[in-house]
Design a protein around this ligand. Structure first.
Ligand code: TPP
Length: 1029
């Protein structure tokens, strides 16, 4: 009611003046469309301010009710009806409210209230007219963008479901106003700034100013935002008279930028007319748009901008925004140039870039980076966010004042790709927020060949941004001044509120999807229209010449000067002898590699730590390091169990992980563990965040109490997303090699909804972009009753993407293992002991280079009594074991061993138990391959040689077409030089421990191939599983 009350209070002084006017004017027309009927004039002789319930939070409610009552008095409770009638009729302070009618007194009260109604009709009319004007103003704020002239082609692809237009001079009747009201003066509500210094304006002027603010080349969508202050801020930015005017200087800068943008594409077109470049023609104002955002942000203190963008206009952005040397861009078009590095493929419009330069507008240095991206549209969004978060983290920028992100989107992709939504949902989460991203949509109203009407169900491509209350500024991209203005406001918004904002550049695509594509096949009418469309630079310069801002000669000189820059760079590009993909790194790691980009050594120190460190970290893991903190009874038992283990110098899985994280933190390495429910751990084993049972939101992270000078530990439950969260963590890991960044899937198979990040970035990142990354994926895996699809982390998928050659036995040397790691695209491990898990995590950081690490983590082994490691296995001098030989009776008499079973992960414990039960400890050796990829050819060979009389069997619990089988089969075969058969037993065949039967099947299969594998054969759990469809 605050606004209603204010409205009425503010109306009061007007009434005396206006009453005289209103008396001389005809009674307003009946409201069109039946919203209201004209009322006899009444006098308002008291403000409503003295009603206590009109204060505070109830005001909105009351105001809503008042509007409802105006439309239909019967639609509200009788008591409100009476109140509003009395208030409108000028009841003295406190008298308007009559209280809910009591049965006995209803008629009496009503009749006294009704006595007031009807006594002062002209005031009610006055209130109604003012409220009508307020509604009209509000309607412009809500719906002005519906009629804004946003589309340069004037074919508008925005579909409002034929909703009737409710604004404009012709529609004032909808609000109960008549044409005759247009010259009446109305007080302006506090929710508008169109008045400037004036507090009242004639209706005609009000509408005129609203049309100028909301219905020209800018359409502002913001009224869905819940925050009143933010709405007011936006209103002020767009409504204040004259606010959008550019200075002469700004116009000239804008022209220069438009020239660069336009002439760059024209230059490429002239030189390489048959090459794809995904040019910007039709949206040339993107370049000044980005530059405006960057200038403005730099002025506000931003020092680093991290950008992600798709193909469209990428070369132009690299050249004119990030300022990559033009010759480096041009030589990308030379098909004869050989690449110096392994980066390959369609990198021209996917490459990243990092550049530090002076911003001429702010006179401050800025770092601009464009993150390399795959073809998969929008996949780069969370990666950019993660990298931005990391850079904020490393420079202590807790509010996003120094580092920010800009994301560019195509209209079809922005609307269509779910990752956009997932990424938006990270924007306000404490451990994921980057404190506001500026999104710029190149809305050329087409996606490849597809029209928006069949590509999205929302009116705008930007509607997805509404979920996070981001304001959306649509702008006609053929008006560079309007574009510049909204970009300024977007940058100011981000700087003020640190929340996301969207700039929707409504434009067109002058060519086809790329320059050699024919758009007339599918959009003939649109393209006939486009052919007639004058270029935006041409239109803009004509306007500026008309306004006297520049002369034709000045313009031509500017064009000639930029063309010359391009020509000279083109000449220099001919001198380039080789393509250096390494020059296109988006995240250089200064100091980590040598200047030539090589590792500083090819050794990895021991990953063990001191006894003292183990005890200290173990004790922290077993404690609650803050006072008066009540933990859950169950957790007390878990911590007690940990303390017992520490006293016995033992570690279980959770403690092994604790030791790895804690020791790295102690050594100054930041550790960040993110994923769904990672704080406690899906399987309730981790408990890295303790919750006070008595105080809400009081939490403690013991890992941050290891040492005063330790690095901070971040453990964060994520939103229920895999694609965006994994992308985010990958981006975080990209920023620095000196952090252990881990993403844990809740269950291993859930990584499949993040497959794009795995395929496009993690497995192939180095090959495509010469970019290393040490991200760790923890994937719970084990055929433990969740069905074949949900139990499995699909190791076969990761193994299938490993790049080591199955058919070549590698040349062995002393540092073979390191070279193997250096050459691989990623590492896949399935550890069977806490110590080995501890070592492999530490190795990630102690390696002199970075590789992604995929860890298949256990479920039942988390609490398996045998799955404990002694501190001895984690002391200095110890290291990760790629393969763990059989350490039982077989070791002493290897020639007696009849069968050597290779396996990995949890099946080891089942095999050894069964072996023991059958008394076959001397006859069967069980060897664990802990690092599946790169494959430990050397160690497997040692094992095979060690047991000269044994059959070789590969054993796994997964289905034949799952698991490791297809990966290890050729590698074991290569290792033993096809000298011995490796067995495969199919479902129903003799069991693995019936030694006698094996050979006949071996022979059977030898007819076809030298290599045979054996699936699990013994008790039901070991039975070979057929392929899973
Ligand atoms: C995830 C994904 N699906 C499909 C494609 C193939 N593709 C490349 S560009 C494109 C159209 C994109 O349209 P839009 O987002 O509007 O950008 P525009 O090309 O119009 O600038 C498509 C479908 C892709 N690159 N990525």
């Amino acid at each position: 009611m605050h606004r209603l009350r204010t409205t009425v209070v503010r109306l009061w002084p007007l009434t005396a003046v206006q009453m005289a006017q209103s008396l001389s004017k005809p009674v307003p027309l009946a409201v069109k469309q039946g919203l209201r009927t004209s009322q006899p004039a009444r006098h308002l002789n008291t403000p409503l301010a003295s009603e206590p319930f009109l204060n505070g939070t109830s005001s909105n409610y009351v105001e809503e009710m008042y509007y409802t009552w105006l439309e239909n008095p019967k639609s509200v409770h009788k008591s409100w009806d009476v109140f509003f009638r009395n208030a409108s009729a000028g009841a003295p302070p406190g008298a308007a409210y009559q209280g809910p009618p009591h049965l006995s007194r209803t008629s009496e009260r009503l009749s006294s209230a009704q006595a007031l109604v009807g006594t002062q009709p002209s005031v009610e009319k006055l209130v109604e007219d003012h409220l009508a004007v307020h509604s009209l103003i509000r309607a412009y704020q809500v719906r002005g963008h519906h009629i804004a002239k946003l589309d340069p082609l004037d074919i508008s692809c925005v579909d409002f479901d034929d909703a009737p237009c409710t604004i404009g001079f012709q529609n004032v009747g909808i609000y109960g106003l008549a044409e005759s009201d247009l010259d009446k003066v109305f007080r302006l509500p506090t929710t508008t700034f169109i008045g400037g210094n004036e507090s009242a304006l004639p209706l005609r002027e009000i509408i005129y100013r609203l049309e100028r603010a909301y219905c020209q080349h800018i359409g502002v969508e913001f009224m869905f935002i819940n925050d009143m202050e933010q709405c007011q801020w936006i209103r002020q930015k767009f409504e204040t008279p004259g606010v959008m005017q550019c200075t002469l200087e700004e116009k000239r800068t804008l022209l220069a930028r438009m020239i660069q943008s336009t002439r760059f594409e024209e230059f490429l077109q002239r030189k390489w007319s048959s090459e794809k470049r995904f040019g910007l023609e039709g949206c040339e104002s993107l370049i000044p748009a980005l530059k405006t955002i960057i200038d403005k942000s730099s002025q506000s203190g931003v020092e680093s901008v991290i950008m992600g963008m798709p193909h469209r206009g990428r070369l132009n952005v690299l050249a004119n925004v990030i300022r990559k040397e033009l010759e480096q861009i041009f030589c990308q078009f030379d098909s004869k140039l050989e690449a110096a590095d392994e980066g390959s493929g369609d990198v021209k419009y996917h490459l990243g870039m990092y550049h530090r330069r002076m911003n001429r507008v702010s006179d401050k240095y800025m770092t601009l980076s464009l993150v390399a991206n795959p073809s998969h549209l929008e996949a780069v969004d969370p990666v950019v966010q993660g990298k931005t978060k990391a850079e904020q983290f490393y420079c202590g920028d807790t509010e996003g004042k120094r580092v920010m992100s800009i994301l560019l989107h195509g209209d079809a992709a922005f609307a269509g790709q779910g990752i956009v939504y997932e990424t938006f949902h990270l924007s306000d989460l404490p451990s994921y927020t980057t404190h506001g991203t500026i999104h710029v949509v190149v809305n050329n109203q087409i996606g490849f060949t597809t029209d928006p009407r069949v590509a999205r169900s929302s009116p705008y491509p930007t509607d997805v941004a509404r979920v996070v209350n981001a304001p959306i500024f649509h702008v006609n991209a053929d008006n560079p001044e309007a574009v510049m203005y909204v970009c300024k406001v977007a940058a100011e918004w981000r700087n003020t509120f640190h929340k996301d904002v969207v700039v929707d550049l409504v434009c067109y695509r002058r060519n086809g999807h790329n320059e050699i594509d024919e758009p007339m096949f599918t959009q003939p009418l649109m393209y006939k229209r486009i052919k007639k469309q004058k270029g935006v630079l041409q239109k803009f310069v004509e306007k500026l010449i008309d306004e006297g801002v520049v002369t034709t000669q000045e313009y031509e000189e500017e064009v000639a000067s930029y063309d010359k820059i391009c020509e000279e760079a083109y000449t220099r590009s001919k001198d380039e002898k080789i393509l250096h993909i390494k020059h296109w790194l988006d995240s250089p790691w200064p100091g980590f590699f040598t200047l030539e980009g090589q590792p500083r050594s090819m050794t990895c120190p021991s990953t063990g730590i001191s006894e003292q460190a183990l005890s200290h970290i173990g004790n922290i893991a077993a404690s609650v390091p803050v006072q008066d903190f009540a933990i859950h009874g169950g957790l007390s038992r878990i911590l007690k169990g940990r303390a017992n283990m520490v006293s016995q110098r033992l570690c279980d899985w959770a403690l092994g992980e604790y030791m790895a994280f804690g020791s790295l933190l102690k050594e100054g390495i930041h550790v960040r563990l993110s994923g769904q429910d990672v704080e406690r751990g899906t399987f309730s084993h981790r408990h890295h965040v303790l919750h006070d049972q008595n105080t809400d939101k009081r939490m403690c992270i013991p890992m941050n109490y290891i040492s005063p000078d330790q690095a901070p530990y971040t453990v964060c439950n994520s939103s229920l997303s895999e694609y965006a969260v994994l992308g985010f963590e990958l981006g975080f890991a990209m920023a620095s090699p000196n952090a252990l960044v881990l993403w844990e899937a809740q269950f291993g198979d859930f990584h499949n909804t993040a497959q794009c990040i795995i395929d496009q970035f993690i497995s192939s990142g180095q090959a495509k972009w010469v970019r290393q990354n040490g991200i760790v994926l923890l994937l719970p895996h084990g055929m433990e009753g969740m069905g074949p699809e949900h139990s499995s982390a699909r190791p076969e998928r990761f193994l299938q993407m490993c790049n080591d050659d199955p058919d070549v036995f590698p040349k062995l040397s002393e540092d073979f293992a390191m070279h193997q790691l250096y050459d691989c695209n990623w590492i896949v491990v399935n550890c069977s002991t806490p110590a080995n898990y501890f070592h492999v995590l530490r190795r990630q950081i102690l390696l002199p280079f970075r590789k992604p690490l995929i860890v298949l983590t256990p479920k039942s082994l988390l609490r398996h009594p045998e799955v404990k490691s002694s501190f001895d296995d984690m002391l200095p001098g110890t290291h990760f074991r790629r393969l763990i030989p059989d350490n039982g009776h077989t070791a002493t008499n290897p020639e007696k061993v009849k069968r050597l079973i290779f396996c990995t992960g949890k099946i080891y414990y089942e095999l050894t138990r069964e072996r023991k039960n059958r008394g076959m400890d001397e006859a069967i050796a069980v060897v664990r391959i802990e690092q599946l990829s790169p494959f430990p050819f050397d160690l497997v060979k040692e094992e095979a040689d060690h047991y000269p009389n044994a059959d070789l069997v590969w054993c796994q619990e997964e289905h034949k077409n799952h698991g490791y089988y297809d990966y290890v089969k050729p590698r074991i075969s290569t290792t033993i030089g096809h000298t011995r058969p490796i067995c495969l037993a199919l479902d129903g065949l003799p069991q693995i421990f019936k030694l006698i039967h094996l050979h006949c099947y071996t022979c059977l299969f030898l007819i076809h191939t030298h290599v045979f594998f054996m699936y699990l054969l013994l008790p039901s759990a070991y039975l070979c599983r057929p392929s899973f469809p």
